[in-house]
Design a protein. Structure first.
Length: 391
């Protein structure tokens, strides 16, 4: 049950107005995080109800059509335990100061969208391991209830809940991404080597090996449940293997990209900047920039307070014969909060800041508020590609 995801702020649905991922329904909130259910969950719930119907009929004869209702109720109970698994991840993440935008239940389990990356191996370990521990705890409680149950549907439900959670908790500890056990392995390698990148690569290969192993599940099914594997077993094994392989590969690719990020230093990428009054004719502003050999223009008020960054694309799109009659403010973007960045910003923090507020140019300011320069997204992209070529 691969279940933990990292995301940039604003990537999930929420009461705060974030765009909800397509194909999901919001059913409530827990601790400020949206609880979402994908449409695929309803398909799986119906499938669980159909598969369990004969078992329920045997445990409690005479229910008729209500056996499907009982099967659907068991599916809901099962996913409530999955929700507990995810909530434990969310609570631990919040304990370390990470916002959690959403918890999503899907056909293979659940996913907790945690914003930001762990800063230390200890954080990564605790956020990852608490989920499987919760599932194992629910499984133990379910087993205890099963031992004292009077039989019938209650015995079936408690026994199924215990078995499912013990299985989920155990499988999630398999040391391969994107499983929780892969994140535990990553934390261990990170602690030993001092490199989160190395930990991700090792855990990613663990996930790929787990994906390959999942393909052999149909070959073991006869020994496990004493029946030959059918088409459903092969399809399920393929889907799980594909999910694990793609998740592991995505994590490894992300790690390689993150390795380039330390080379991104906003101060080193800044363009020389001049400041001009926002009512100055565009032609004069461009002339002053060329004279000063500046690559950017910032508009300021009469008191010198910056109010906008001139868009290079907008300047190029303005015909030269119109520039003497157009105030420079008409081709500048107002400096909203997200367009002011500290000149000291670097690496992943820089990439996240650009992702939050997409723009072509950003104003870089010193800690005392003084203008340092203008950062162009095109320059950041170029530096990222060049860093990747050297990596």
């Amino acid at each position: 049950m691969p279940d933990r995801d990292r995301s940039t702020p604003g990537s999930h649905a929420g009461t705060s107005g974030r765009a909800r991922p397509p194909g999901t329904f919001r059913i409530g909130t827990i601790g400020g995080s949206d609880v979402l259910v994908t449409t695929s969950w309803f398909v799986v719930a119906a499938l669980i109800a159909f598969v369990l119907a004969p078992v329920i009929d045997e445990a409690q004869p005479g229910l008729g059509g209500l056996k499907y209702v009982a099967g659907l109720a068991f599916a809901v109970i099962l996913y409530v335990s999955v929700l507990l698994h995810e909530v434990s991840h969310a609570m631990m993440a919040r304990r370390f100061g990470f916002p959690v935008s959403s918890i999503t239940l899907h056909f293979l389990g659940g996913m907790t969208a945690i914003e930001g990356e762990s800063r230390r191996p200890k954080e990564e370990f605790l956020i990852a391991v608490v989920g499987p521990i919760t599932s194992l705890a629910v499984g133990v409680v379910g087993a205890g209830l099963w031992l004292v149950s009077p039989g019938g549907l209650i015995s079936l439900a408690t026994g199924g809940l215990a078995l499912a959670n013990l299985l989920v908790g155990g499988l999630n500890l398999v040391p391969g991404l994107p499983l929780d056990g892969g994140r535990v392995l990553r934390a261990g390698i990170w602690r030993l080597t001092g490199s989160m990148h190395t930990g991700t690569i090792v855990a990613g290969w663990g996930g790929r090996l787990t994906a390959v192993a999942a393909l052999f599940y149909p070959l073991l099914i006869q020994r496990i449940v004493d029946r030959p594997a059918d088409v459903v077993d092969y399809v399920l094994a393929f889907v799980i293997a594909l999910f694990l392989w793609s998740g592991a590969t995505s994590a490894m690719t992300s790690a390689k990209l993150r390795r380039r990020m330390p080379s991104l230093v906003a101060r080193n990428l800044a363009r020389r900047t001049i400041t001009v009054p926002d009512d100055l004719p565009l032609a004069e502003a461009v002339r002053r920039a060329n004279e000063a050999r500046a690559g950017s223009i910032v508009t300021v008020t009469t008191s010198g307070h910056p109010v906008g960054v001139v868009s290079e694309a907008a300047v190029l799109a303005t015909p030269e014969d119109r520039r003497p009659w157009v105030p420079v403010s008409t081709v500048s973007r107002t400096l909203d909060a997200g367009l002011r960045l500290p000149a000291t910003i670097t690496g992943e923090e820089l990439v996240l800041a650009i992702t939050r507020t997409p723009a072509d140019e950003y104003l870089l300011v010193e800690p005392d508020g003084a203008i340092y320069g203008v950062l162009s997204t095109a320059d950041v992209d170029r530096a990222f590609r060049e860093g990747g070529a050297r990596a």
